[in-house]
Write a protein that binds this ligand. Structure first.
Ligand code: FAD
Length: 282
């Protein structure tokens, strides 16, 4: 059995202040020796160079592997091929391959550009670069918000696995049963790739509500009500959030998950508090 993998997600800094702060944050996160960092990629094209630069900087500063996220929505085969070549030349060994969110201006559910869905991107990576990259894809225990049914979403996930994905990282969720049910359905569909839960630390009521509405993650009523009560008391909200997410992670770890991928939101302390509570070591 493979050892569990614990990894951290970053986004490319959006402001000069964010860029100044990031190396210290990455340094603190790197000190606990995660399996890898991943760096998000803006589907709108705003931070595509930022992803590359952040990946290279993290590897140079920490010596820890960093995986760029790569979205294909609105892109072309030629552009994706050029990016893959650039990453390969920089020594990148792992890619998180995604469709990306459809632009708000999209008139139908069809993705603009030469790729329709993430499975086509995975196929393209394998066709052009063989096994040069470990390919991670996204999974949705609570169903992707645009999927027509849970079965259709599972079929879409299966296509990504069959196209050559090595592992998956899930959208965040607060209900462990959603993950275990999804993992059971994958096992019944004979999908053997590791499905690592994505873990969102709770640090900010407004931001979490906004993200969750956009990505289809359900905030259970009892958590929502507590967050509304605590929204103006930053420290109490963080304590409550840490307790809730620690318990979620404990349940997942007891249930035998292949690892945890923390959405750090470019903050070290909320994730490191979880890490310490869980006694994670590598
Ligand atoms: P897909 O797997 O292509 O699925 C998209 C939708 O299409 C699903 O509803 C699926 O059921 C459906 N579908 C798939 N194939 C078909 C088909 N053949 N016919 C009909 N329907 C189909 N977004 C970013 O912009 N940048 C990031 O860096 C980023 N990182 C992420 C990291 C993780 C771990 C996760 C979970 C999500 C991330 N996202 C990111 C968000 C992601 O891009 C969106 O959720 C996007 O809407 C779907 O991407 P996907 O790769 O899951 O798409």
């Amino acid at each position: 059995m493979n050892p569990q993998s614990f990894s951290f997600e970053l986004f490319p800094p959006r402001t000069p202040e964010g860029a100044t702060r990031l190396p210290a944050i990455v340094g603190k996160l790197a000190a606990v020796k995660p399996a890898f960092f991943s760096v998000t990629y803006g589907a709108g094209g705003s931070d595509q160079d930022g992803t590359y630069e952040t990946v290279v900087r993290v590897v140079n500063d920490t010596g820890i592997e960093a995986a760029p996220h790569l979205t294909c929505v609105g892109s072309t085969r030629a552009k994706i091929a050029a990016l893959l070549d650039r990453y390969k030349a920089a020594g990148v060994k792992r890619i998180v391959a995604l469709r990306g969110d459809l632009p708000a201006t999209a008139v139908s559910s069809e993705a603009p550009g030469e790729f329709g869905y993430a499975n086509e991107l995975v196929e393209f990576i394998r066709a052009t670069h063989g096994r040069d990259f470990q390919v991670e894809v996204a999974a949705y225990p609570e169903m992707h918000p645009q999927a027509t049914s849970a079965d259709a979403d599972l079929a879409a996930f299966k296509r990504k696995a069959e196209a050559g994905a090595d592992a998956a990282i899930t959208q965040y969720f607060f209900n462990a049963d959603a993950y275990f049910d999804f993992a059971d359905r994958c096992a019944k569909a004979n999908l053997k790739l590791p499905i690592v839960p994505g873990i969102m630390p709770i640090t900010n009521h407004a931001q979490l509500t906004r993200f969750s509405a956009a990505c289809g993650a359900e905030i259970p009523r009892w958590i929502r009500l507590r967050l509304e009560l605590l929204k103006d008391d930053k420290a109490a909200l963080l304590d409550f959030g840490t307790e809730v997410i620690t318990r979620l992670c404990e349940t997942l770890l007891k249930g035998g998950v292949p690892g945890l991928h923390f959405y750090t939101l470019n903050q070290s302390e909320p994730t490191l508090r979880l890490w310490r509570n869980l006694g994670l070591r590598r």
